[in-house]
Design a protein around this ligand. Sequence first.
Ligand code: ASP
Length: 331
Amino acid sequence: MQRRNFLKNSSAAAAGLLSTPLIASCNDQTKKAVTKVEESFSKKPIAICTWNFENATAKAWEVLKNGGSSLDAVQQGAMIEEADINNQTVGIGGRPDRDGNVTLDACIMDKDGNCGAVLAMQNIASPVSVARKVMEDTPHVMLAGLGAEKFAYEKGFKKVNLLTEQSKKEWEEWKKTSEYKPVINIENHDTIGILAIDANGDISGACTTSGMGYKYAGRVGDSPIIGAGLFVDNEVGAATATGVGEEVVRTVGSFLIVELMRQGKTPQEACEEGVRRIMAKNKGRTDFQIGFIAVNKNGETGGYCIHPGFSYRTYSETGHVDNPADSFLKA
Ligand code: ASP
């Protein structure tokens, strides 16, 4: 089914090219153009996510492969990590703030630029799903704190204890010194930002996190902020981020990357420029990690980070791969 759609899309696109008045005959240039279109279609559908989240991308791919929308794919992919108690920076099992409360941030954005987000929300297991409800059932983009939680209950979400024994134990240990380190350990970001293109060629994205461990109560990073942690423009592509959110917010990182792609940069070049902008604002500072990933309308992908160690996973018809990202600083 998927394959059929893909072939249909390819030939329709090729036919579109051939009927363009500018291309009168099937000369070499035309052939090249058609081949290019076919090549680019072969990269879609595709799911791509920050880090090596195999189960999340596999879920997203399953949705895409069965003809589902990119919006369903990113939501269902993100939900896999939210439900994983061993991932201590997303959903249930996330590290709490300094007061011992797990507060979650998430956002989602669709092909039409619709978006929804929840910020610093407690007691709800799937913030990305609440974010989608905010997008679809309210005239708003963001709901925060108690308001977001109340809205979630109204929509039928159940109250859940998000603090696992493991995260509680580590937080109690941390309290002995209460050393507040706003700089996240460079190996310790597991926020999932996930992007997908479906068989129609439509792009969506989602991002979900418990944020910085032992953060100030109420602290919100980049992940639920449209333009910072995530941005989708169906004409151009999409980008998402992981790492020290404050720095991503300062450069409106994901929006920047999408706009750079609009200006002609590849996803890889755009991610590299995004990281360079951050480094330019942090002269001499190297004690933090950020990773960006991006996909363009053709399904081409890219990723770049500050320190070695970041990778991103892609899942498409050609298989699934963990792609180690190149880094601004070398090992
Ligand atoms: N970007 C997230 C935040 O700043 C954290 C992370 O990616 O690890 O909240």
